[in-house]
Design a protein around this ligand. Sequence first.
Ligand code: ADP
Ligand code: MG
Length: 571
Amino acid sequence: MLRQFFSYYKPYKGLFILDFCCAIFAALLELIFPLAVNRVIDDLLPSGNWKWILYACLGLLGIYVISSFLHYVVTYWGHKLGINIETDMRKKLFDRVQKQSFRFFDNNKTGHLVSRMTNDLMDIGEIAHHGPEDLFIAVMTLAGALGIMLSINWQLAVMTFVIVPLMIYLSLYFSSKMSAAFKRMFSDIADYNARVENNVSGIRVVQAFSNENHEIARFAENNNRFRVTKLIAYRIMAWNSSISFILMKFISLFVLVCGTWFVIQGRMTNGEFIAFVMLSNVFLGPIKQINAVIEMYPKGIAGFKRYLELLETEPDVADSPDAKPVQHLRGDIAFHEVSFGYENKDKVLQDVNLSIRAGETVALVGPSGAGKTTLCSLLPRFYDTEAGRITIDGMDIRKMTLQSLRSHIGIVQQDVFLFDGSIRENIAYGKLGAADSEIMQAVRRAQLEDLVASLPEGLDTLIGERGVKLSGGQKQRLSIARMFLKNPPILILDEATSALDAETEAAIQQSLAELSEGRTTLVIAHRLATIKNADRIVVVADQGIAEQGMHEELLEARGLYSRLHRAQFGA
Ligand code: ADP
Ligand code: MG
């Protein structure tokens, strides 16, 4: 895992080296002051030469000016390194999530995903900057301080060092406890985000059922769980910081007592004693720093682990190595012995055979839950077949790149998803970068002209999140305009008008008929009146195709279709 972590440094080698060098240099300069004080007290003070003391101080001032510049570099450029790495990680993760399959999104909550793409990576930037660098510098400074202390008075130095391993051991102990606590905390944040996301996007349903209090109670539960895990994590952190504090103070007092005794005994000069006290404080700094890294590490690593988990999830629908982009498709579709089922469920489709000629309009009918939508979602490879294969123009769809395959298929669904933005943006989603004239033509063909003309801001009118400011019929027209612009040879209309009132439906049927002209079209409809014009009717039931034929033929056959027909229109 560490190797993966360090691979993110690769593009920023220069920045890393610069930052690293400056930090080491700044740390070493810290060690000069105690040595200088030692010389001043033991050599310059007895000589009474005030001028030399002044020169020494001026020299030190020079060193501190350099040091302060180094601090700027380390803080700014170091964080720049961290931020860049964090940004790269976010980008990689977003790219990955964009390409995940439908199955992935079936099984992952939106709020969880959002949380993992935002929150979990928050601490990684800090770790990327502070982690390796601070650790190295702390160790360097520690070694430097210890070396000088040894050279001043080795007995006292050895007595002081005994405490160091103890402190590091304690830190490691607390770190492992904290790592677990933070992992739990991240998962609680994700739950919390998921709840908020779900609530806000469903707020209209909540209010319609007057279930606000129920929602408030559910939220309070999540919120409190989050509070408790957070408290646990911080309690461990507090123990850690309180115990390190007392140990450090213990060292200071220990050095004070023993040092005075050494001076009284005449085994140490005054200057050496003061330098020693100062150095014991310098070396406490790195220990604190190591402590801080050890504290930060579990949090960053918990996030990084979750990040890797998500990043390493291979999409289960992806381009095969020999996939080729297809430029042009006529639209001859064939299902050969296709079987498919969702996880942990019986097969939805079993050994389905179906061929559709280019330009043909085929209506899929059948009971709800029979698998009509599923059958259609296999065509653009939203899911892959378990057995059998699907061809378009005789070519297996798995031999085409996903992007080119999907560019030839248009889907109009019952619940239209529109993006927060303008009418223009939402229509142009069918063909990014489309010219205004093309968009206007699509608007005309989808009979949206009157609406656009009536709006003061026309095409630039904002439609609100998911298009809340439009009526159902208007939303559907917008999605049809989008399809005119996309202009695919294959079209799937999945209950496109089922949610609309009879009058709007009739009007939109007209646009849909125009849209499907010259395209291979699969129409799913439960209102049988809307599919009379289809070239063929296919009845989907019992994991496959129960019967197919023209309207009259099927009525005469007295099968499932005639029963469905009778149920809707009476005898
Ligand atoms: P239809 O469109 O004919 O009404 P569907 O194709 O939507 O039916 O659904 C067929 C069956 O598959 C149903 O039993 C449904 O519960 C199930 N199903 C649909 N989508 C999913 C999914 N994403 N995950 C699991 N099961 C699903
Ligand atoms: Mg359906």
